[in-house]
Design a protein around this ligand. Structure first.
Ligand SMILES: Nc1ncnc2c1ncn2[C@@H]1O[C@H](COP(=O)(O)OP(=O)(O)OP(=O)(O)O)[C@@H](O)[C@H]1O
Ligand SMILES: [Mg+2]
Length: 195
């Protein structure tokens, strides 16, 4: 089938290797030559046994760790060419993360947690308030915005974490077992919302 010329993958991974350890410790090759592409708008799940390298792969794509060899392009940029200070801007603008343990900041309200990606990129306050309001509505958490994480249920925490990952409309959303802490109904709901 013929592909339209302008269709570029949002993630392009080629010959990716990751070896942990070495030198004075035993080395372990967690990734051995991974190749794949993800197109804009695509929803991809990575499955595999515990220890098979899923988190390793996500951390490399998230620019939180460096591959031993191979190429990762995100939105047509080779991320290995980004310098340390460029990396934090790149992450703030292009990427959204959802972690298995939510990683909400306990002394910030739900609204302040959701606003973080925008606060970090110096967005104006009324713009932030609008964006938080909008995403909170989509995720049905308008009612808990002024509460602190300790006052939220597991499912509410996960939706706050999802709202934070989506509030700045990232090109790419990465999630490491985002439904791991949820019951099966909440897990289905969250995946539907992400889609
Ligand atoms: N920092 C590290 N140093 C050494 N080995 C590591 C390190 N991180 C991960 N590994 C090893 O790499 C392999 C892949 O780990 P990874 O965390 O990517 O697996 P996973 O597929 O995410 O597993 P799970 O489903 O249990 O989360 C494992 O054998 C692990 O022991
Ligand atoms: Mg993992």
């Amino acid at each position: 089938m013929e592909e339209p010329m302008n269709k570029q993958p949002i993630v392009f991974v080629k010959d990716l290797y990751k070896k942990y350890g070495g030198k004075n410790t035993a080395s372990y090759e967690a990734l051995k030559g991974i190749n794949f592409e993800v197109n804009e708008g695509e929803f991809v799940g990575i499955m595999g046994a515990s220890g098979s390298g899923k988190t390793t792969l996500l951390n490399l794509i998230a620019t939180l760790d460096r591959p031993t060899s191979g190429t990762i392009e995100i939105n047509q940029r080779d991320i290995s060419t980004l310098k340390k200070n460029q990396l934090s801007d790149f992450r703030a603008q292009e990427l959204g993360f959802i972690f298995q343990d939510f990683s909400l900041l306990e002394n910030l309200t739900a609204a302040e947690n959701i606003a973080l990606p925008l606060t970090l990129t110096n967005t104006k306050k009324n713009k932030i308030d609008d964006a938080v309001e909008q995403v909170a509505q989509k995720l049905s958490i308008e009612g808990v915005l002024q509460q602190y994480p300790a006052q939220l249920s597991g499912g509410q925490k996960q939706r706050v974490a999802a709202a934070r990952a989506l509030v700045h409309q990232p090109k790419l959303l990465l999630a490491d077992e985002p439904t791991g802490a949820l019951d099966s109904q909440s897990a289905r709901d969250l995946l539907e919302l992400l889609t």
